[in-house]
Design a protein around this ligand. Structure first.
Ligand SMILES: Cc1cc2nc3c(=O)[nH]c(=O)nc-3n(C[C@H](O)[C@H](O)[C@H](O)COP(=O)(O)O)c2cc1C
Length: 196
C-alpha cells in the first residue's frame, strides 16, 4: 500500500475546478477531494469547489440555461476542466450536485470533465448518470473515470485516503486524459465555435 500519487503536470494557465459533491455532515467527500487535489500540481490553478459551501437561489427562479447568476458562476466559468468528486446515492449522484449543474449553463460548455466516484459498490452508477447529464451541456467526459469501492477502509492514521498504488495510477491516467482534452477544447473554444 502506498500513499503517493504522482502529481499531474498541466500547462500553466489550465485551470481545474475540483467539485466536491457531498454536503452531508461527517461526509467522506473532502477527504477524497484532497487526494485528487494532491495529484494535481500548480495549486494556484486548482479551485476546490465544495458544494456544501455554496448557496444557490431557490429553484423556483430556475430557467432554461440556468437562472440569475449564482455566487459560484465565475468560478465555474474560469475553469478549463472539471473533476467531479461524488458519492453514489441510490445509484446516482447527490441532488445537491444536480442543482449546481442546473444552475449554470454557458459556464460548463465545451469543457472536459472526469469523475472520481465512491461508494459501497464503487460509485459506477453515479459516474454513468453524470456522463449523460454532462453531455447535454457539451461537456466531454474522459474515457477513464475512477470508482472507489468503500474508500473509508483505506484511510491512514491521519485520516487521509491512502489507496493501493494501482488506484493512484488510475487517477494519474484519468487526469492526463483530462489535461489533453482541456488543451484541445480551450483551443476549440477560441477558434472553432460549436455549431448551434
Ligand atoms: C442517501 C444515501 C444513499 C446511498 N446509496 C448508495 C448507493 O446507491 N450505492 C453505494 O455504493 N453507496 C451508497 N451509499 C453509501 C455512500 O456511498 C457512503 O455513505 C459514502 O460515504 C457517502 O459519501 P459522503 O460521506 O461523502 O456523503 C448511500 C449513502 C447515502 C447517504
Amino acid at each position: 500500500m502506498t500513499t503517493s500519487t504522482e502529481p499531474q503536470h498541466h500547462p500553466a494557465g489550465t485551470r481545474i475546478a475540483v467539485i466536491s459533491a457531498s454536503v452531508r455532515k461527517d461526509r467522506l467527500g473532502p477527504t477524497i477531494a484532497e487526494w485528487v487535489v494532491a495529484a494535481l500540481d500548480r495549486p494556484a490553478d486548482v479551485d476546490l469547489i465544495d458544494v456544501a459551501e455554496i448557496r444557490l437561489p431557490d429553484d423556483s427562479l430556475l430557467s432554461p440555461g440556468g437562472g440569475p447568476r449564482s455566487e459560484v458562476a465565475h468560478r465555474i466559468a474560469a475553469a478549463d476542466a472539471f473533476v467531479f468528486v461524488t458519492p453514489e446515492y441510490n445509484h446516482s449522484y447527490p441532488a445537491a450536485l444536480k442543482r449546481l449543474i442546473d444552475w449554470h449553463y454557458a459556464e460548463w460548455r465545451v469543457k472536459p470533465a472526469t469523475v472520481v466516484a465512491y461508494g459501497v459498490q464503487g460509485g459506477y452508477a453515479a459516474i454513468e448518470h453524470l456522463r449523460g447529464v454532462l453531455a447535454e451541456l457539451s461537456v466531454v467526459t474522459t474515457r477513464r473515470a475512477i470508482g472507489l469501492r468503500a474508500p473509508w477502509t483505506c484511510l491512514d492514521d491521519r485520516g487521509r485516503y491512502a489507496p493501493d498504488a494501482d488506484v493512484s495510477r488510475g487517477l494519474t491516467a484519468s487526469l492526463a486524459e483530462l489535461r489533453w482534452w482541456a488543451e484541445v477544447l480551450a483551443d476549440a473554444r477560441r477558434n472553432r465555435p460549436l455549431p448551434a
